[in-house]
Ligand binder design. Sequence first.
Ligand code: PMP
Length: 366
Amino acid sequence: MSWEDNVRKVTPYTAGEQPKGRVIKLNTNENPYPPSPMVATRIYDLAQQELDGVTSMLRKYPDMDAVPLVDAIVRVYNEQYFPQGDGLTFDNVFAGVGSDDVLFTAFMTFFNSDKPIIFPDITYSFYDVWAQVHRFPYRMIPLKDDFSIDINDYLDTENGGIVIANPNAPTGEYLDPAELEKIVKANPDSVVIIDEAYIDFGGESCLPFIKKYDNVLIVQTFSKSRSLAGLRIGTAFGDEKLIRYLKDIKFSINSYTMNYPAIELATVAVLDTEYFNETVKRVIKTREWTKEKLKELGFIFGDSKTNFIFARHEKISGEEIFAKLRERQIYVRHWNKPRISEYLRISIGTDEDMKELIKALGEIVK
Ligand code: PMP
């Protein structure tokens, strides 16, 4: 017997590299544009106000409920998703330290069952890691050969919870909300988590479901469409009872997860809807340009509605292209895993980044 017998052992999630120096970084789905200029202005203002501003902010504990941020989210999301009224209230919203934190807490809260959690075999590779950390049984359901989800697999399968990324990652495949609604409806005794990390890049959110169903949690992030991966802000939306349960767990682990400056900065960012819309449009435009060029070079991929493209080449292996891009200081993501080892996940950078990428790929595949 050793203390090591009592260790909770797990193989951790492997994140994309964060290379130093001048590289073209298309490997972790960050937004290539800065966050709203209001964020920098707020940092500057706070730094100027010494005693009342930043120092007292750092001295005190932050607001446990992130009130200013949640209020701002309610306002902005109601304008976007519920313009006719009867939208979100404060009690429909949960905020955390990036959607990883939100999802982890949601797994712990809602998937506490002896039945397996179900999710696709190719999806965000944190889901199985979290299931292992919590020691929850799980079952990965194979995607179809074209990487689409067969929703019939989720309609009458016994489960202790369901998690689906929409659009899915790393495949980029998007499911229409009407399809996901069938899954939510067919599983009234499970919580269905819909991870919408990439929804702002062209998909339609399932957010309105929370007004109709008490078993669905919609999770979003400020890391992609709002260019704030470094700030760590994620959100969840659900029926009041669901959000209450989520908060009970959060407040039983660490009440003060988001720091005070992060709450302030995320608040000004979410209120700048004009900048948000403009940035998202720019990323989509560059994505569509990149798709055309990749097609010309012999790449094969589905119709991504995200800020990345999951593509393979008709002749050259994923591993080879990955290595040759890396030699040229261009970083994309490649997994040596069954079914997807021929693929590269290419995040959408600036127009200049993508021109460099296409130039390099042209040399590699010629
Ligand atoms: N869900 C999916 C599908 C993702 O790809 C990511 C980004 N790695 C996340 C959640 C987590 O993002 P964050 O914690 O930055 O909000």
